[in-house]
Design a protein around this ligand. Sequence first.
Ligand SMILES: C[S@@+](CC[C@H](N)C(=O)[O-])C[C@H]1O[C@@H](n2cnc3c(N)ncnc32)[C@H](O)[C@@H]1O
Length: 297
Amino acid sequence: MSPVLRPTRLPAVEPAPFGTVALTDREFARLRTLVRAETGIALRESKRALVCARLGRRLRHYGYSTFEEYCDHLQERDPAGEERRRLANAITTTKTDFYREQHHFDFLRDTVLPALVRAGVERLRLWSAGCSTGEEAYSLAATLLDGLPRGRPWDARILACDVNGDALATAEAGIYARELVAKVPAVVLKRHFTPVPGEPSLVSVNAALRELIAFRRINLCQQPWPIRTKFDVIFCRNVMIYFDRATQSTLLQALVAQLVPGGYLFLGHSESLLGAEMRLTYVARTVYQKPPPTGQG
Ligand SMILES: C[S@@+](CC[C@H](N)C(=O)[O-])C[C@H]1O[C@@H](n2cnc3c(N)ncnc32)[C@H](O)[C@@H]1O
């Protein structure tokens, strides 16, 4: 009779799928703390598999066999913060699109720009905060170039920032697959994009748009920001949804402080202001205005 085989001890964690490393509760808790410190992102329990998959590559890169070793690396062997930046690149969700939430760009063109022109503003400053791979910033640039009255010079600039350096590199390159520009209106595509020679599936953003934008790596959760400018318009869309309430509240206050009086804050479709303490006026769907200077409506 063959002997009954019994495991000598129970496994501490669920067995990992073939080829992946198991992520224990303790390791996940450590990673959550590190990710929050580096990006402000509050990882939910439901993100465990995603974390395992995305950071598993970093473990393999170093030849580590546990996430514990990777956490030690992040905390003890990363003095210049290189790996912490890679952690941010791996964890952030960069989903974006040209003219995402078209109604925001319509509101900017039809209401905000005419109001600024009427108020005699000549210097325009816009901020794409959490710009991902650049689609939002280029959509803003095209809206400005095509929406501002011609025949006079404008001092217009857009700051576009993100914590994900890989996304920023794509943004700065300004080269996109044709399927990514499918929703760009034909007239905008013709005016502001050029086919890449020898690459029929790619288009490149023209200089006129690029020249309006400065891309920079800035962590929105590390304040004070290295920014002196006050902005007429801030787009911070689909970024705060990944943060906890306290981080959202701190960020919102800092964004409002960075707006000129009368400036506009555009949030993502599922983001709303947390409380009346912001003293912002709701002016359109997920668009808010800071009180204008006294005497102006
Ligand atoms: C889902 S994308 C949204 C992109 C764009 N705003 C849009 O709505 O299409 C979120 C972006 O926020 C960035 N992000 C997340 N945490 C950040 C932080 N602490 N500082 C700066 N950017 C951050 C991510 O890297 C990502 O590119």
